[in-house]
Design a protein around this ligand. Structure first.
Ligand code: MG
Length: 387
């Protein structure tokens, strides 16, 4: 199998490469694309010998070209065109879409349009453009396999099951590090506190989103598009141990759950190998060590993000794109210490309130709505700072 990785220097990208290294008789890297981390991309090129590599800035690409010089037969490209080339390289069987946030949208669409099997880690692309991506996937015969752990779990549990038998799916959420914080304590959370996730090792954006439950909000919308279920059939339960990665409840009262160690290598490996399974991708579970698994209802008052997801689905159109972009700005402002942690969903909701959802749903307008939301969110951040 030949693999191209969009976002090779990020958390999912590096884990994917660890899997490829471990199962090197099965997988070969043909293309890598990275955002900014030139030094790590250089090491990855050295180790994995892709024939194509891309980095956002042309300056970085030039340095990489002189670094790899004559010793390697790799072509190094840059910019949006370069990302598209990596996403649609004719040689690649599977494209791992692991660029974080909205910059992942266009490369993901390029991979879908090239008819690739897409191992999708970039949930934001489905949040922004779910209907477009699922339509295009049908049209270009592209298979989308979720890498997000909850969605990978549901994908594995649904496996050929009749939709008529499904009562609902239950996405599990760790609840993040502030699960039991009062409203007052949430106001005082610092960026460094938000980056200490108790269970999962992930990038900064998704770790902050996990702490605000916005990650779960995005995952509700992601599930809606991946599994074609109405929003009433998508629910969330807090499960701090992160051993159950999600569940499917059937109409007869049966519930299937998918359990494993909280390690992203599991879902990544499954996305690369499915329907086959690779041996020992994650450490085994020791139930006597785990002791107990606990569950609770998410508190929508302290963590209003979940409500925003259901509202965005109900409103449809360009609203999910606005929600996503506003949250991205809010997370940035929180990390710049401009906004309080508890203002992240407040800013996001205000941007959604001010948006006129009138334009047609197409790629141009999705990008426009994102830009609109980013500008409006800058204004709202100023207002919240003063308020
Ligand atoms: Mg997840």
């Amino acid at each position: 199998m030949k693999i191209a990785i969009l976002g090779s220097t990020g958390s999912i990208g590096t884990s994917t490469l660890e899997i490829i290294e471990k199962y090197h008789d099965r997988y070969e890297v043909v293309a890598l694309a990275a955002g900014k981390n030139e030094a790590l991309l250089a090491r990855q090129i050295e180790q994995f010998n892709p024939r194509l590599a891309c980095i956002t800035e042309e300056d970085s690409a030039m340095r990489l070209r002189s670094l790899t010089g004559r010793s390697k037969s790799v072509e190094i490209v840059s910019g949006a065109d370069g990302m598209t080339r990596v996403a649609s390289l004719p040689d690649a069987d599977i494209v791992v879409a692991a660029i974080s946030g909205s910059p992942g949208l266009l490369p993901t669409i390029a991979a879908v349009r090239a008819g690739k099997t897409v191992a999708l880690a970039n949930k934001e692309s489905l949040v922004m453009a779910g209907s477009l991506i699922t339509d295009e996937a049908r049209r270009y015969k592209s298979k989308i396999i979720p890498v997000d752990s909850e969605h990978s779990a549901i994908f594995q549990l649904l496996n050929g099951r009749s939709r008529n038998d499904i009562k609902k799916i239950i996405l599990t959420a760790s609840g993040g590090p502030f699960l039991n914080h009062t409203k007052e304590e949430l106001d005082k959370v610092l960026p460094e506190d938000a980056l200490k996730h108790p269970r999962w090792k992930m990038g900064n954006k998704v770790t902050t989103d996990s702490a605000s439950l916005m990650n779960k909000a995005l995952e509700i919308i992601e599930a809606y598009w991946l599994f074609g279920l109405p929003q009433e059939k998508i629910s969330v339960v807090i499960h701090p141990q992160s051993i159950i990665h999600s569940m499917v409840e059937l109409i007869d009262g049966t519930v299937f759950a998918k359990l494993s160690q909280p390690d992203m290598k599991g879902p990544i490996a499954y996305a690369l190998s499915c329907p086959e399974r690779l041996r020992d991708t994650v450490a085994p579970l020791d139930f006597s060590m785990i002791g107990k698994l606990t569950f609770s209802e998410p508190d929508m008052e302290r963590f209003p993000s979940l409500k925003l997801a259901y509202r965005a689905l109900k409103q449809g159109g360009l609203v999910p794109s606005v929600m996503n972009a506003a949250n991205e700005v809010a997370v940035e402002k929180f990390h710049e210490r401009v906004l309080k942690f508890s203002s992240i969903p407040v800013l996001t909701e205000k941007a959604m309130d001010r948006f006129k959802n009138e334009k047609t749903l197409n790629l141009e307008n999705i990008l426009w709505a994102g830009d609109w939301a980013r500008q409006e969110s800058e204004k709202i951040a100023e207002e919240l700072k003063k308020g």
